[in-house]
Design a protein around this ligand. Sequence first.
Ligand code: OGA
Ligand code: MN
Length: 163
Amino acid sequence: MKELHPHLDRLKYEYNHWDDAIHGFREIERSRWSKSSSNILARIRHLAFPGPEKQQLPQTHILDLAQSGVIKPHVDSVRFCGNIICGVCLLSDAVMRLVNVEHKDQIVDILLQRCSLYIMKDQSRFNYTHEVLGDKESFFGNEAVERGRRVSIICRNHPSEKI
Ligand code: OGA
Ligand code: MN
């Protein structure tokens, strides 16, 4: 966060049209990092992407969701990213909800704790929508989850030719 702050703070949070997937966010992409952040990202990428390095998108996407921000249900476009994404969750716990595209009663809630890493691949990427719940909707089971400002550091791989 120390490294990202000056870049993020230059931007305003965007509250776009109601049909956009993400509300109350600002975002940047970075491919150059300090030595210590590069080391952390290299470990994460090594864990998440078992294939050759050239399959990964070199940019890392930083998504800063305001306290009032939400990510509405969506499936990432298969034209722009491949079968794996991983995300480091910073500053706040959050609940990510996966809903099966064809069987909407198949719902999986995932508690993404502050400072955790998640890896989402294959079925969960293509057959489920994903969303990050707003503060008032954030429950994990019966437990309310306090949702503050949340920053995710996301790495992706290239779309596969087979898809
Ligand atoms: C996205 C997204 C998830 C996250 O940017 O498309 O779903 O953890 N992000 O921020
Ligand atoms: Mn997404």
